[in-house]
Ligand binder design. Structure first.
Ligand code: SF4
Length: 290
């Protein structure tokens, strides 16, 4: 019989779940809610919230008085201040793990550390994190490190969705640089959930003949899962909606893996499982297979 190996860690992570539930609750009460940018990187979730009254704008200038939700990636203190001055009612749904990193940067900034953030400079989490320190820079991989005068005290912070291996490889480049030859501390800020999913996705990719990674095309952690899976399996599909899955030929595939990013909703995962069942795939939980 054909089998569908389903990851144990699948669907929303606790941070996304909390943000989406907060948005749902606020929309039920106020019927209207503002956010700067998508609150989570998944079009299915966003369509649903927009249909209930969520208005996604690109800057605080477009936010009118009324409830405003801070997305899971967080926003910078300057933006919060400008919104407060406008009299906007702010509901903070930043993921608690991201919030911890913001506090860490504030503390390091008070202690006069130069802060290096490893990650994607255009990702909303990194854009917001930068605002919490006065002396910061963003590096994608440590190869693009800033030159200039020697930094006496530096701290390295990672975007939560990076892989542990990638992050520590990039961070260690700063330790050996003459610019950072003073005191340089590397903090482990990689989200535990992300790490667990990467580990599980590697195992599933080794075992299954094909892997379906469910999640939004703009979701950083889903893209990283795909990248990780491709290290072990040549047949990996990034699936954002059911229509995309229906186009995939399942001919000759006896075992398929099913994993998801942290902003992929339960009802979509359920629909995928139902579709695969119709195609003859019996569901097996990863780790519980014989
Ligand atoms: S992946 Fe981790 S850091 Fe990101 S929202 Fe989920 S729990 Fe928070």
């Amino acid at each position: 019989m054909k089998k569908l190996v389903v990851a144990g860690n699948i669907g929303f992570c606790f941070g996304v779940k909390r943000t989406v539930q907060t948005a749902e609750r606020l929309l039920k009460k106020h019927k209207r809610l503002y956010s700067i940018g998508d609150i989570v990187h998944n079009p299915l979730v966003m369509e649903n919230l927009k249909s209930k009254g969520l208005r996604v704008v690109s800057s605080e200038a477009e936010v009118e008085k009324g409830p405003f939700i801070v997305r899971s990636h967080g926003i910078g203190p300057a933006t919060i201040e400008r919104l407060t001055e406008k009299g906007v009612e702010i509901f903070d749904a930043t993921c608690p793990s991201v919030k911890k990193i913001q506090s860490l940067i504030k503390k390091l900034d008070r202690e006069r550390y130069f802060i290096i953030i490893i990650g994607n400079e255009n990702h909303p989490e990194v854009v917001a994190l930068r605002e919490y320190g006065r002396n910061t820079c963003v590096s994608r991989d440590g190869k693009d490190m800033p030159g200039g005068r020697k930094r006496e005290k530096a701290a390295v912070i990672g975007q939560t969705t990076l892989s542990f291996t990638e992050y520590f490889k990039s961070a260690s480049r700063f330790i050996t640089s003459p610019v950072f030859a003073g005191k340089t501390i590397i903090y482990n800020t990689i989200c535990r959930v992300t790490g667990e999913r990467q580990e599980e996705s590697a195992g599933i990719s080794r075992e299954a003949e094909a892997v379906f990674v469910l999640g939004g095309k703009t979701s950083s952690n889903t893209a990283k899962l795909c990248h990780n899976c491709r290290r072990f399996n040549k047949c990996v599909f990034h699936i954002e909606n059911l229509g995309e899955l229906e186009k995939v030929s399942l001919k000759g595939i006896r075992s398929a893996g099913l994993i998801s990013g942290t902003s992929t909703p339960e009802d979509f995962i359920f629909a995928v499982k139902k579709y695969m069942k119709k195609k003859g795939y019996g569901e097996v939980q990863y780790n519980e297979q014989d």
